[in-house]
Write a protein that binds this ligand. Sequence first.
Ligand code: NCD
Ligand code: ZN
Length: 343
Amino acid sequence: MTTLTLVRPDDWHLHLRDGAMMQAVLPWTAQHFARAIIMPNLVPPVVTGTQAAAYRDRILSALPDGMDFEPLMTLYLTEDTDADDVAAAHASGLVKAVKLYPAGATTNSASGVTNFDNVRPVLERMAEIGLPLCVHGEVTDSDIDIFDREAVFIDRILDPIRRATPGLRVVMEHITTSNAVDYAHAQDDSLGATITTHHLVINRNHILAGGIKPHYYCLPVAKREEHRLALRAAATSGEARFFLGTDSAPHTDANKLLPCGCAGCFTAPNTLPILAQVFEEDGALDKLEAFTSKNGPAFYGLPINNSAITLSKSAPDLPTHVDTDDGPVTVFDPGFDLQWRVA
Ligand code: NCD
Ligand code: ZN
């Protein structure tokens, strides 16, 4: 196969940031993706409907002329979140999901949730109105090994929340373990799971063996090879519950290359070429469209896009860095030569 036409993809987990960074990274997403679920972990976080509306306006103003892109807004769940505000933001069509960060789990998550009982009324309201909860699924306990934090979260937090809140639609975001794949498989269709581009490509050796590679450090951190293979099998299965959330998370090189560097891989520019190659390698090119363009809209109850995108088999011309007014941002290096380009 030398060309591949897909329903235009969406990205169900994206960090666009704000200001100069957003200006620089937004076109890389908008050139390939029609819509994206926009993460609310700004400083300060996007907590209220009013804040989400203002952020949406800033995104649309940063969009270059002639580019078509719809930001799907989310609210950052705090222990003070007002259920009525959430319901109003959903009813107006502004907000498509609420994001749960356990406090301290990742970049800008300090305002996240510590005591899950305190968000129960909001979760119950969300179940009533059908508003999905996007979950960063890691516990933060210092005595839990960082490589086990996702599996422990599923047992201690996620499963109890779902049992206590029947009907709540939940997205397990950026899953990184076979435990998460197995859990997702065993649930009904109120549960979806996103998988990133980079977790299909790297395992923990890529980060740590032969010298530390800060550009491969993200959260949840990549796990053992057996987990990467489980994620690949899930993504390439075409199964409806698994869909693309790139978690493209730009940080300047200055902020990555520090004694305490930021977590995040910037994959917006090369996600589609990488995915085409991964799916082709696994003999599953016919499942790529389900993963990038169909399963996500189905979970969110949105129509699939009515435009298409074509990939052709030739080496893409992609930068290694994207320049921003805050400094360069390194594009994720998959470690192999890419063979597909977006036409
Ligand atoms: C994200 C970020 O930089 O905002 N980082 C990451 O490693 N994925 C936060 C997140 O999604 O956990
Ligand atoms: Zn993220």
